[in-house]
Design a protein around this ligand. Sequence first.
Ligand code: AMP
Length: 202
Amino acid sequence: MNRRLAQGIDADAAPQRVDPVVAVVALGANLGDRAATLDAAVTALRALPLVDAVVTATPVESVAVTLNGPDAAAPAYLNSVALVTTRLAPTVLLDYLHAIEARHGRERRTRWGDRTLDLDLIAYGDVSSSSERLTLPHPRAAERDFVLAPWADIAPDAEIPGRGRVTELLAVAARTARAHPVSASTDPAHTEVAPGLQEPQS
Ligand code: AMP
């Protein structure tokens, strides 16, 4: 992709410098070799143009919750969070996330159904957006401990713009939820995370 288009710069506009922004990406998988899929997704994130750095959290495993509620019989999820320092425009980054999902055979037949790989853009700096294509911050992130716990693990002072500190949101979410860290990791530098619970992913 043309570098200026990737930065969301109008071709007719005057050239401008784009500062890197930290984007928060949530990763989830409940089919196949989940740890290998998350590792491959992180490798793909690192290979994107205009991405300077990617820091990932220890994955957490938890029970899938479908539209009908928690389903212990369904394959459990493995979730992680990546902090992506990038100069990609948010919609361009989302397009890349969808391309990485597609490469891993993601099918979108059932809302909140099983998936090989799900990538959500949780936040992009302090940008707010309410379009159907891209809502920022992600509208359900503040209640999802499988996002909040790994995020707090790698960014203890993080905030969801307009919602509050991630650690405080996690404490609220954890009162009604349980999950546990697993040994599989997308980054050997990770530490283990606090308990959390899987919720429907979309
Ligand atoms: P998914 O749940 O990944 O299948 O995404 C469903 C739809 O949500 C896609 O069409 C996205 O364009 C849209 N969407 C809106 N906001 C976001 C966001 N923050 N992160 C990921 N997808 C989003």
